[in-house]
Design a binder for this molecule. Structure first.
Ligand SMILES: NC(=O)c1ccc[n+]([C@@H]2O[C@H](COP(=O)([O-])OP(=O)(O)OC[C@H]3O[C@@H](n4cnc5c(N)ncnc54)[C@H](OP(=O)(O)O)[C@@H]3O)[C@@H](O)[C@H]2O)c1
Length: 246
């Protein structure tokens, strides 16, 4: 019996315009998955959709969406389901970190992290669940090492990721009977545009080989999304020297 079978399935990826989301789009498309790609930057999504189609021969749909906007998220899921006739995989990936110490964190940055990392994942999950129950599909979250251990440098970002894990596992408990698999993937530093708002992205800060590449997280996404019976409940992908930099 084939356990990893993704060919012909449909995935919706939030935060598809960059980093882990873009790498996951390529990795899933390589397995034959049709893709709905969501993020705010429409020009980026269009370019990635064209590339994925021509590289892998799958169908794509660009759905420009701000995950903080409840109605836009509902429309994103509806459009995906209408186009592909259902939904098998949701990758809840859109997220960001801003600011640092609590004493100096602006209310604006606090709200931005909360609305993107918490509200956005809730809105997308709520809208997608009925379709994932129908397909006995896979719901994936990008969590973080920061959601597993206290993070002195940015407690609010960390708290949003603790929420992600708490939410994901509780949803896992509530939809297991419906046959939906729920996974949280926890990376440490990944070379993406993460952190670019503070002047230097992780892509710029770290040399190749120093920390994790987005393609490595994308491989974990494929592994988790390809499960047909079991749930990959949680996957930790850490840079090898993480505990020396804790
Ligand atoms: N890189 C790391 O070290 C690391 C480590 C652990 C966990 N993570 C998590 O991994 C996930 C992906 O981050 P990344 O590292 O790939 O960073 P990235 O390259 O900055 O990508 C972030 C993605 O999120 C999207 N996004 C941000 N706000 C959005 C909004 N309001 N609505 C829709 N999309 C939005 C961005 O697209 P637009 O700007 O076009 O909207 C972009 O596609 C995040 O949840 C992050 O917290 C990252």
């Amino acid at each position: 019996m084939e356990t990893l079978s993704l060919d012909g399935r449909t995935a919706l990826i939030t935060g598809a315009s960059s980093g882990i989301g873009t790498a996951s789009a390529h990795a899933l498309a390589r397995e034959g998955v049709d893709l709905a790609l969501a993020a705010r930057r429409e020009d980026r999504l269009d370019g990635i959709a064209d590339e994925v189609e021509s590289d892998h021969g799958v169908e794509t749909l660009a759905v420009p969406t701000d995950v903080r906007d409840e109605e836009a998220v509902e429309a994103m899921v509806e459009e995906t389901v209408e186009r592909f006739g259902g939904l098998d995989i949701l990758l809840n990936n859109a997220g960001l970190g801003r600011g640092g110490a609590v004493e100096s964190l602006s209310t604006e940055d606090y709200r931005l992290m909360q609305e993107t990392n918490v509200d956005g994942m809730f809105f997308a999950t709520r809208a997608a669940l009925p379709h994932l129950e129908e397909s006995r599909g896979n719901l994936l979250f990008i969590g973080s090492f920061a959601g597993q251990y206290p993070r002195p440098s940015n407690p609010v970002y960390a708290a949003t990721k603790w929420w992600t894990r708490g939410f994901a596992h509780s949803v896992e408990a509530s939809v297991g009977d419906e046959g939906v698999a729920v996974t949280v993937i926890n990376p440490t530093e990944v070379r993406t545009e993460f952190g670019s708002a503070s002047g230097e992205s992780f892509e710029e800060r770290f040399e190749e080989g120093e920390v994790t590449e987005p393609e490595e997280i994308a491989d974990a996404v494929v592994f988790a999304a390809g499960q047909r019976n079991s749930t990959v409940s949680e996957l930790d992908l850490y840079r090898r020297d993480k505990f020396g930099h804790f």
